[in-house]
Write a new protein. Structure first.
Length: 288
């Protein structure tokens, strides 16, 4: 079934009304069972100046150039808009900081976005002013090396160092595993501030294996031929660490979130999102 026909009611005046409500004029609704307190909602300069939407037929979405998947996410957002019979309106976030406080996204949402693509679905990882859609793809944290003789983590000698992107669920799992081993059987593990830093450390020989988000490796190998020789190895004896990625909305946008979730489900079911990922060779899978 064509995607557009899967949501005939979502393009009704009710959806237009939901998209027309000024996000700054509403107090955030529940993400879970709790209502966010006033002091939980970030402050955005000039936030009361954002009023009624001028074009109710659009789905405004944001993508961030710092995200390795931003072009893939934009293609998925375009497909979501088409499924909802809305015109996609893209806003590309331009920032110089590598990592930014999540609350700064609030101001961007008020001014530019109905949905902001590219957020990992980390349980309990977001404040109550925000909510997330279901995942539109799932990706893994992967162990990467330049050594052609290493095919699995179990092949790595205990003396060879690992650089792991700090604070990720995969890093936490690795540290938990190492603490259960005798000291002489543990790999030296160095926390890295970002995925890019971990890959750079691997490239310059500081570490022999890097633990990174697979989309970051994909982006690096597309941008710089120096990373072409790196390959992903089997994580055993550890299990794979997988996370879903979805879009962020303001918590009061419950109607829109339901509509977008339904669109993602249909696009996952009919193979549209899988086709976008396959066309780019993107290292992710779709969960129907």
């Amino acid at each position: 079934m064509p995607v557009a026909f899967a949501f005939p009611r979502l393009a009704s005046p009710l959806l237009a009304l939901a998209l027309a409500v000024p996000v700054a004029a509403l107090s955030p609704g529940p993400v879970s069972a709790e209502e966010p307190e006033f002091y939980d909602v970030p402050y955005a300069p000039g936030q009361w100046n954002f009023g009624r939407r001028l074009d109710e037929s659009q789905l405004r979405y944001c993508v961030d150039r710092r995200d390795p998947d931003w072009e893939v996410a934009a293609a998925i957002a375009d497909a979501i808009a088409q499924g909802l019979l809305l015109e996609p309106q893209r806003y590309v976030v331009e920032r110089k900081f590598v990592i930014e406080d999540i609350t700064k996204v609030y101001a961007i949402m008020l001014e530019h976005c109905d949905i902001h693509m590219g957020f990992k679905l980390i349980p309990g990882g977001y404040s109550n002013w925000a909510t997330l859609t279901r995942s539109y793809y799932e990706a893994q944290y992967v162990f990467v090396t330049a050594d052609p003789d290493i095919h699995a983590l179990a092949d790595v000698a205990p003396a060879r160092p690992i650089g792991a992107t700090m604070g990720t669920s995969a890093h936490i799992r690795l540290v938990s595993y190492l603490t259960a081993l005798p000291a002489e059987d543990r790999w030296p593990t160095y926390p890295m501030g970002t995925n890019d830093r971990a890959l750079e450390a691997l490239l310059n020989g500081t570490v022999d294996v890097a633990l990174v988000w697979a989309p970051n490796l994909w982006a690096k190998q597309r941008q710089d031929p120096a990373y072409a020789g790196l390959h992903v190895i089997d994580p055993s004896p550890l299990p794979p660490t997988t996370l879903g990625v979805g879009a962020l909305l303001l918590a009061n946008e419950t109607f829109l979130r339901t509509a977008v979730d339904q669109a993602i489900a249909a696009l996952s079911e009919d193979g549209t999102i899988a086709g976008i990922l396959e066309k780019s060779g993107f290292p992710a899978a779709v969960k129907p």
